[in-house]
Design a protein around this ligand. Structure first.
Ligand code: ZN
Length: 445
């Protein structure tokens, strides 16, 4: 075994083989061995014994809108990565839009990387963007290390990131499939949205009616058809409509290259509980009814849904006006995803191992991050240490997000992150955060 600097010991370590007492030996930021609990600590190594707190692989959040540079009054790399570290996340992949510039050319990617470099408290990677007019930028972006490409099929909410029509989608997908890349898709069909009743005001039920399940179902059906025809690898972002699950399950069974994510808000909040005017609950697609949420949990249980990621998409408080039609659509939850999901998972009889699979292992696999997502020899020594039985009540004032507006305010959640570790260094210790030591990640390793 190489020189070991740290041994992290717990009665409950979640490994790919299950949960057990263990001592994790860390050498130069990498997991060198997962040893028996009472293994002898090498003379020069430091022992950190976290008792009965659970050690999980650091959470990997592949859906975060950091908005930096350009809309840094909404969020930024400094605040987002501090919030992430406090919440047990050790890797995030930034979405290509809402920053200015958007990540749609190599030059823009460099601007974003330069912005993130000195602010990243955790490891940060980037998705590229697929626009109607940047097909020739896709391969250079892929070569420069983006993990895949995001596109919209309906308006994105910002003018500089237009959606693709079916023909443009086919063109971009063919290009991306040509170099073995991944397309990640905001799947809502614009025609179904246009046909839905559009009523402004404070009533959540009117907003919900304006973003019907059919819009998601139809977009996903078309996407599956295109992916099958072009032998492309596609990923459905933020699935809300449980009606689409049978379609997706059938496509997977048939061998179509499709994966799916859902988000803490769809899995823990319901339309029935959204107060009128409470636009901190607004996102697209929307939070749906309790019965829909039950079906999404079944989709997780049977593997139709692969991962859970935050889709943290904050804005300033003034853009969250009480009119659902005009308010900014995006839910702020980066720091709260792990406890929110764990709270609901335990209520539904699911284990912390399940949560690790959905929030760390599967997102790491989606992005091809083979040093992340598991406590296993050779991977980065990234850990979240969790007291799973402790509870806390969400006080927005205690969040590290730049804008302390969140749909989870006042909720009592299970699971307190007691510390977070990045490559063997403690980066968060009960809310106290270290100086930034995150690295920029790219697909090339
Ligand atoms: Zn998003």
């Amino acid at each position: 075994m190489p020189d070991v600097q740290l041994v992290l010991r717990s009665t409950r370590v979640i490994t790919p083989e299950g949960t057990r007492p263990a001592s994790i030996a860390v050498s130069d930021g990498t997991i060198a061995a997962v040893l028996p609990y009472d293994a002898e600590v090498p003379v020069d190594a430091r022992l950190e014994d976290v008792g009965d707190d659970v050690v999980l692989p650091g959470i990997v959040d592949t859906h975060v809108h950091v908005n930096d540079p350009g809309r840094t009054e909404w969020e930024g790399f400094w605040t987002a990565t501090r919030a992430a570290a406090a919440g047990g996340i050790t890797t995030l992949v930034d979405m290509p839009l809402n920053s200015l510039p958007p990540t749609t050319t190599v030059e823009h990617l460099r601007v974003k990387q330069d912005t993130a470099r000195t602010k990243a408290h955790i490891d940060v990677g980037f998705w590229g963007g697929a626009l109607p007019d940047n097909v020739t930028d896709l391969r250079p972006l892929h070569d420069a290390g983006v993990f895949g490409f995001k596109c919209f099929l309906s308006p994105s909410g910002v003018d500089e990131f237009p959606e693709l029509d079916q023909e443009q989608l086919a063109k971009s997908l063919a290009e991306i499939a040509g170099f073995g890349g991944l397309m990640i898709v905001h799947a809502e069909d614009p025609h179904h949205l246009a046909a839905a009743p559009q009523k402004s005001g404070r009533k959540y039920i009117d907003f919900l009616a304006s973003r019907p399940r059919d819009a998601e179902n139809a977009a996903i059906e078309n996407l599956i058809t295109q992916a099958r025809r072009l032998k492309a690898r596609v990923h459905v972002l933020h699935l809300s409509s449980s009606d689409a699950l049978p379609l997706i399950a059938a496509a997977k069974a048939e061998g179509v290259g499709i994966t799916v994510e859902s988000c803490p808000h769809f899995l823990t909040l319901t339309a029935e509980e959204v107060p009128d005017g409470a636009t901190e609950f607004k996102c697209c697609p929307p939070i749906r009814e309790a019965a829909n949420q039950d079906a999404l949990w079944e989709g997780l249980a049977d593997g139709t849904i692969d991962c859970i990621v935050s889709d943290h998409s904050p804005s300033t408080a003034d853009l969250k006006s009480p009119d659902f039609a005009s308010a900014w659509g995006g839910i702020s939850s980066l720091q709260l995803g792990l406890p929110a999901i764990w709270t609901e998972a335990r209520r539904r009889g699911r284990s912390l191992e399940d949560v690790v699979r959905w929030m760390s292992t599967a997102p790491a696999r989606l992005a091809g991050l083979d040093r992340k997502g598991a406590i296993e020899v050779g991977r980065d020594a990234d850990f979240a240490v969790l007291d799973p039985d402790a509870t806390f009540t969400v006080d927005p004032a205690e969040l590290e997000h730049r804008n302390r507006v969140t749909a989870y305010a006042g909720k009592t959640l299970h699971g307190v992150v007691t510390s977070t570790w990045l490559r063997g260094e403690r980066i968060a210790d009960r809310g106290t955060l270290a100086e930034p030591t995150g690295r920029l990640l790219d697909r090339n390793g």
